[in-house]
Design a protein. Structure first.
Length: 426
């Protein structure tokens, strides 16, 4: 059995959905679990919808529901020649229920409401794709991840109960392949033991593919994207990118840890545990080789990889009592950051200070100052960029640091990291 994952860009409109059908036609005779994301930018819209619900802004809420309904209906109108198909009523009913939700009591837990609403993007997308594939003659069935992937009750960041999930997938999902060759399910979502929907973290559809592959002992996983494979840098920040033909699980984990966005960080580990290769391939050119991520580290060093994180905030904390930065201070700092849900991109300490780099757009500076000002003097620098280079040489270092003031430098045998200020825009 194979696992395919199609992200938002690969199901963004009717032409993209038709392309999914064409790709699946290349694999006749294979059993395929297809994991799909929400269509296009639906997740962003659904997040705004949750915010409108929370703020009790009924006008905005209804506008957003209607906008998403029309978006999906326009795709249906292009995919199906007539409106008698049951998928129309299914989609309209889901949005009608969503609109009615505003008049119903809501939970005091924002994250709970987030998961119940935002998850519908994947549900609707998977239903549309399933319906179209059936109409195209594929032997296909819809499978509900909300009944297959079991998590704890940590909404928006659900932790998978692997034992229960494997039991559910093997008993409820795998037997269906006796009747069909393709099953379509949703990325990003799961359920609690009480049956409430959870999500696995933003961009978690890759992780879903890894979960199904692990639990089904899949032959391989393919993530279909709008790039020819894994590139050694983001083309947005770097010219002359190079495709990585083959890298190891270890290298992929390192790259995702430092912020490479092609693969969700949690995706790799379950595949590595069972030696299941992961392919990153182009949905534009599906028969091209793409990138394979597998066990061998033989080719990892051949091409330097660059990871850019822009708009960084460097925060430096110094104890007000002039004490040294010791384990007790660090424990206190990490606890406070965890309560703020702050994700650290880089850290460095000296005897008297502890410095961290954070994504500026994910941090409320006033809240951060308020969190630490009782015990620490807090200083910060904005408008910085963090560059990580794997398998560097002096030429690559010179290239990424030209015209930059280096604020923090960290170097190991394989990896160098620079937190820098761009002098050309100063």
């Amino acid at each position: 059995m194979k696992v395919f994952k199609f992200g938002g860009a690969s199901v963004k409109d009717a032409a993209a959905v038709r392309n999914v059908s064409r790709i699946l036609s290349l694999y006749k005779g294979d059993q395929i679990c297809v994991v799909v994301s929400a269509m296009g930018k639906t997740t962003n819209s659904m997040e705004l919808l949750v915010q409108a619900l929370w703020e009790r802004n009924e006008l905005k809420y209804n506008e957003l529901v209607d906008e998403r309904l029309q978006f999906h209906l326009s795709i249906l109108n292009e995919l199906f020649s007539e409106k008698h198909y049951s998928i129309y009523k299914t989609v309209e009913d889901l949005f009608e229920n969503l609109k009615n939700k505003f008049q119903q009591p809501i939970s005091e837990n924002y994250d709970f409401e987030y998961d119940q609403i935002v998850s519908l993007g994947e549900v609707i997308s998977s239903l549309i794709v399933t319906s179209f594939l059936k109409e195209q003659g594929h032997l296909v069935e819809w499978a509900d991840s909300r009944k297959l992937i079991r998590t704890n009750n940590l909404y928006r960041e659900g932790n998978v109960d692997w034992q229960k999930t494997e039991e559910l997938i093997k008993s409820k999902f795998l037997p269906e392949f006796k009747k069909v060759s393709i099953q379509i399910t949703q990325g990003f979502i799961g359920h609690t033991s009480e049956g409430f929907t959870t999500t696995l973290g933003r961009e978690g559809s890759d992780y879903t593919a890894g979960i199904f592959a692990y639990c089904c002992d899949a032959q391989d996983v393919t993530i279909w994207k709008d790039v020819p494979g894994m590139l050694n840098a983001d083309p947005k920040w770097f010219d002359n990118t190079v495709k990585l033909d083959s890298i190891s699980f270890k290298e992929a984990i390192e790259l995702s840890y430092y912020g490479a966005t092609v693969i969700h960080p949690k995706t790799i580990k379950p595949l590595q545990n069972k030696g299941i290769p992961l392919y990153v391939k182009s949905f534009i050119d599906p028969q091209a080789d793409g990138t394979v991520i597998q066990e061998s580290t033989e080719k990892d060093h051949l091409v330097p990889s660059f990871i850019f994180k822009m708009n960084q905030l460097l925060v430096s904390l110094t104890p007000k009592d002039f004490s040294f930065i010791i384990e007790e201070n660090l424990s206190d700092i990490f606890n406070r950051l965890a309560k703020m849900n702050a994700k650290i991109n880089l850290m460095q300490n000296s005897a008297l200070s502890f410095s961290i780099a954070l994504d500026r757009d994910k941090i409320n500076i006033e809240k951060l100052l308020e969190t630490f000002q009782d015990t620490f003097n807090v200083r910060y620098n904005e408008n910085l960029e963090l560059v990580t280079v794997r398998h560097f040489d002096q030429a690559t270092i010179d290239r990424v640091t030209e015209g930059k003031e280096i604020i923090v430098e960290q170097k190991t045998k394989q990896t160098v990291r620079f937190l820098m200020k761009d002098l050309t825009n100063s």
